[in-house]
Design a protein around this ligand. Structure first.
Ligand code: NAP
Ligand code: GLV
Length: 309
């Protein structure tokens, strides 16, 4: 019985050693040809090569190393009978909230515009807005969306939210489902997308949705790239539906050289760093889930495979 870590980046050794440190009696391997295939009972994965989890005949579960599990559920070679677990972590939530607060404050005081002015040696004072007048709407009120809402509410931003199901007493207006979407959007000067990528949400950030926002809104996508119809974003920016966009996630990552977003003056980009799982904080919950998986105890943060999140 053992764990294999399968990732698409250079962080595998760090994850292996931190998982190993949790319980030295549990063997933890970095994915590769030397891993004893039959010994592996749990795979801990982040953007793993599709099909790789099928190499382990005694696998009992797959643990994502982040909050989103779209890349696991999209793997056509995944055994659909296996439970899938994901990360729920206080730092993942607070890091996301701090990132969104930084972007919204920077938008409020037009810091990207002043950055461009400096590059052009232009002295160009502008009128400015206040926190109390900037309405922020959050799509997706789960672990991360709620953390963002708590921090923005504490800072004084007028808030609203949108989710699949109603939320009792969140302290701000919450809309839900298709029926509540247009009314929600009409009150968003800033739209923050924190929805999971599922068949129901793919492409949701499209021309029709942008047309329901107040003219000149800011759109922030920190969820997953394929939620956004990229061509529709460019049209909405040109038409003035949107004044700007902040994007942390993309259809293809890294964003390819030559992609029109790189040069667009009102598309701001960060390289999928809004909130990154901290292995030191997360390793404990993965080992707890591994032990639960081995003993048949209840799993934590198990993904609903029907809903897709
Ligand atoms: P979560 O706890 O599962 O919350 C998901 C929220 O989305 C819930 O409020 C859910 O509604 C809502 N939702 C799902 N499908 C919907 C639909 N069809 N219509 C309306 N609302 C829907 O997820 P989380 O932990 O907050 O994470 C959200 C996403 O953030 C992840 O899936 C991941 O893709 C992304 N992420 C990005 C970064 C980054 O660095 N950029 C970091 C971490 C995570 P209900 O409450 O009604 O179920
Ligand atoms: C990051 O994107 C995550 O899903 O944790």
């Amino acid at each position: 019985m053992a764990i294999v870590v399968i990732r698409n980046d250079e962080k595998t050794p760090q994850w292996v050693s931190l998982l190993q440190a949790q319980d030295p009696e549990i063997p933890v391997y970095a994915y590769g040809p030397a891993v004893p295939r039959k010994a592996i009972t749990m795979a801990a994965v982040w953007k793993h090569p599709q099909g790789s989890t099928a190499e382990f005949p005694n696998l009992k579960g797959i643990h994502g190393l982040g909050a989103g599990v779209d890349f696991i559920l999209e793997d056509p070679d995944r055994d659909p009978a296996l439970p899938v677990m994901r990360v729920v972590d206080p730092y993942l939530a607070s890091d996301m909230a701090e990132y969104i607060l930084a972007l919204v404050m920077s938008h409020l005081r037009q810091l990207p515009e002043y950055g461009r002015d400096k590059a052009n040696s232009a002295w160009h004072p502008r009128p400015y807005n206040r926190i109390a007048n900037l309405r922020v709407g959050i799509m997706g009120l789960g672990q991360l969306g709620m953390a963002v809402a708590r921090l923005l509410a504490k800072t004084g931003f007028p808030l609203s939210g949108w989710a699949r199901t109603p939320k009792p007493d969140p302290g701000f207006p919450v809309f839900h489902g298709a029926a509540g979407q247009a009314e929600f959007l009409s009150g968003c000067d800033v739209l923050v997308c924190l929805l999971p990528l599922t068949p129901a949400t793919r492409g949701i950030l499209d021309r029709k949705l942008f047309s329901n926002l107040p003219a000149g809104a800011l759109m922030i996508n920190v969820a997953r790239g394929p939620l956004l119809e990229e061509a529709d974003l460019l049209l909405a920016l040109d038409a003035g539906n949107l004044s700007a966009a902040w994007l942390d996630v993309f259809h293809e990552e890294p964003l390819p050289a030559g992609h029109p977003f790189w040069k667009h003056p009102r598309v701001n980009i960060t390289p999928h760093i809004a909130s990154v799982s901290d292995p030191a904080s997360v390793a404990g919950q993965i080992i707890t889930n591994y032990k639960a998986l081995m003993t048949g105890a209840p799993l934590r943060h198990q993904v609903d495979l029907q809903r897709g999140y």
